[in-house]
Design a protein around this ligand. Structure first.
Ligand SMILES: [Zn+2]
Length: 472
């Protein structure tokens, strides 16, 4: 594989090291049609790809070979009965076969009655349903395998990120949960995986799949309350059993802007990186948290959203970037294109969108990649106080896992599954080097943020008072 064209070092990385980036794109996925008027428009991924190409970013990444997920690979998470149903369902069969229609409804496919009496068709029975699922799940699995192989530091699949799908249930435009499948793939090589979800909606399907696991920490930032879908993800929802405090939720008010968002995101994610010490990170980059989304009410700019990518890229852990929600499709494509630029270390790409076949879609945003929209709701007096309380609570939850007996930070890594060799001597040397550095100093170095440093020093003092036995 020619690595000579891969990504550049970036001053945004704490270690300034070059990141080797691979990228998955399958045009067939973009041609799938959820139906007239449906909010989910897979064509946004083709728009993203065209924009990425127009900026010349494809030259900075390795293209992953396309292989749809095999049905048996979907069974690593999903019920056999459900996967068979996805293969059997066609629009004509759904219309003409009563038994098939009944089975579809039981699994959230086709119009399904909600408690409020409405019949939304969130997960329509579409042509080529199983093939579509195999396509986007295959992309996330290929990306995960690329990280497991060790030849890449960042892997991207913008057609993935379907975080609502459950074991035997379609939900919220998601049929198969490629994120759960990818995390399971990563666990064959990495002992601990951190999942961060910046979609406007709660990452409920992923959280539920790993709720009792201490190998996977799920951390979701989402709009909450007011009947906003799916209605779960309160700050008190923290996992269960061995996974207690390994599921964290950060509920947000509509109108949350970049500054308010990062006053929560950076301390909480930074702390999670410190206490959980993940060996791989998955970031679901749902773009419905952007300002001006058709369905959600958060107010992030493209730069604010991409700051999450930049921040996590700065840690030296393999990073899987996935898509997700996002319903104002020109905004989505702008965001994921810019995040691709961040991933490959080319944040300085021109703001003016280059000439390309989808150019006319960007007229409403003045052909600017980092478009501006008017905030829909000004922050209110109580919002900051409420956000501060959420931050304190989330950090307290993270403190609790330091006492959990199931985290063995220095256990020897077993030879990884699937025939991948691990050089144990090298591993031990790296771990010893890490031990020599003070954890607070290391975090400060990674965060590159003086205010945050002060914040953690104060937090450390507070926790020392609470329990000296829980220190790392
Ligand atoms: Zn969403």
């Amino acid at each position: 594989m020619d690595m000579g064209t891969n990504s550049l070092p970036s001053p945004s990385c704490a270690d300034g090291r070059k990141r080797r980036v691979c990228y998955y794109y399958d045009a067939d996925i973009s041609n799938v049609d959820y139906g007239e008027g449906h909010a989910m428009v897979p064509r946004r991924v083709a728009m993203t790809h065209a924009l990425i190409a127009s900026y010349g970013l494809l030259n900075d990444m390795t293209r992953l070979r396309i292989r749809p997920a095999r049905p048996e690979e979907l069974l690593a998470f999903h019920d056999q009965k459900y996967v068979h149903l996805l293969g059997d369902l066609t629009p004509a069969g759904y219309t003409n076969d009563v038994a098939l229609r009944r089975a579809a409804k039981e699994h959230g496919l086709g119009p399904v009655r909600r408690p409020d009496g409405s019949y939304p068709n969130d997960n329509p029975v579409i042509d080529g349903l199983l093939g579509y699922c195999q396509g986007y799940a295959g992309g996330s699995l290929a990306a995960a395998r690329a990280l497991c192989g060790g030849d890449h530091d960042v892997a991207i699949n913008w057609s993935g990120g379907m975080h609502h799908a459950c074991r035997g249930q379609a939900s919220g435009f998601c049929y198969v949960n490629d994120i759960v499948l990818a995390i399971k793939q990563l666990l064959a090589r990495f002992r601990r995986v951190l999942y961060v979800d910046i979609d406007a909606h709660h990452g409920d399907g992923v959280e539920e799949a790993f709720a009792d696991s201490d190998q996977v920490m799920t951390l979701s930032f989402h709009q909450y309350a007011g009947g906003f879908f799916p209605g779960t993800g309160s700050v008190d929802d923290v996992g269960k059993g061995a996974g207690l405090y390994h599921a964290l939720n950060v509920p947000l008010k509509a109108g949350m802007d970049d500054q308010g968002y990062h006053e929560l995101f950076k301390p909480i994610v930074g702390r999670a990186m410190q206490v959980f010490q993940p060996e791989a990170v998955v970031l679901q980059c749902g773009a419905d948290s952007l300002s001006g989304d058709r369905l959600a009410g958060l107010d992030l700019s493209v730069g604010g959203h991409a700051e999450c990518v930049r921040y996590l890229r700065g840690f030296d852990a393999p990073l899987l970037l996935l898509g997700g929600g996002g319903y104002t499709i020109n905004h989505v494509a702008s965001c994921w294109c810019y995040e691709t630029a961040v991933a490959v270390g080319r944040e300085e790409i021109p703001n003016e969108i280059p000439h390309h076949p989808y150019e006319h879609y960007y007229r409403g945003q003045g052909y600017m990649l980092q478009y501006r929209t008017k905030a829909r709701r000004s922050p209110r007096d109580g919002d900051k106080k409420e956000a501060d309380a959420i931050r304190v609570k989330a950090l307290e939850h993270l403190s609790a896992i330091r006492c959990a007996p199931n985290i063995q930070f220095h256990e020897p890594r077993e030879a990884a599954a699937q025939g991948m060799d691990v050089d144990d001597d090298e591993e031990e040397e790296e771990e010893e080097e890490e031990e020599e550095e003070d954890p607070m100093e290391r975090l400060h170095r990674l965060c590159d943020d003086a205010d945050l440093h002060e914040f953690f020093i104060e937090l450390g003092r507070k926790q020392q008072r609470l329990s000296s036995s829980c220190m790392l």
